[in-house]
Ligand binder design. Sequence first.
Ligand code: UTP
Length: 289
Amino acid sequence: MQKVRKAVIPAAGFGTRFLPFTKAVPKEMLPLVDIPTIEYIVREAIESGIEEVLIIINKEKECIRTHFGHNVVLEEFLASKNKTKELEIIKELPNKIKVEFTYQEEQLGLGHAVLCAYEFAKGEPFALLLGDDVYVGNKMPATKQLIAAYNQTASSILGTLEVPDSDVSKYGICKPLPNEKGTLLKLESVVEKPKLEEAPSNLAIGGRYILTPAIFDYLKTQTRGAGGEIQLTDAILRLMEKEAVYSLAIDGRRYDIGSKKGFLEATVDFALKRADLYADMRDIINERK
Ligand code: UTP
């Protein structure tokens, strides 16, 4: 069985839910206090044992590339001022991992964005982490949980969370085979953004996947689906005719940073977790009660 060594992070979407901010700045660069969202996601990949990372961007999102590279002028400036702590902060991640980039020329949907990783994957299974979903609070990083499930099944794994009825039409929803029990379930089908009446369960795909390279055979020929977009979920449904696909309930708290409420919740929670900001954030909250 091939090891999961690579991760793909699609971050080429327009982020229309966060306009006007996203006109000039990618939503993946929204800061949770002082760290961009996409840095948390790259760190999750590294903490999960991933060795190579590819981020899919568009031509307007070069600042994501800048964030993961060395800024020599700034490094020299900080060194000349003896700002050792700041210097260490900006050098640590580029020294740890070399992030690769590729472009999605047209925003045709998530399935199309993943297809842009074909050359990078080189026939290996890979982790897929959406650029605006952040997980915290679990004992093991979300992607590491999925890799453990892949190592057990040698199959594609869809990380899931349980959503209320009011939200099923916003997600890809999984239908486990009858009699499947527990957190790791063999799937019968998946459906993208179903109406509540047509939703087979409340198990929503939550922005984390392990995919076998066979997915590319289906993405290459995938036609447009929900919302006129090339949907990854539709290609996964076709993959199921050839290979088993499982869902794994992710242990952890997820924040959808691409939604305003998710971003605000994450901002408050992440500040409360910081020793240097806890007291200030508590004061801010208490003053408004
Ligand atoms: P979303 O649907 O959340 O992103 O896709 P979006 O389309 O940018 O945002 P809204 O819905 O208009 O507000 C999930 C992830 O997939 C990427 C996005 O950048 C995001 O990280 N994506 C989406 C692409 O890379 N390409 C696409 O064509 C669509």
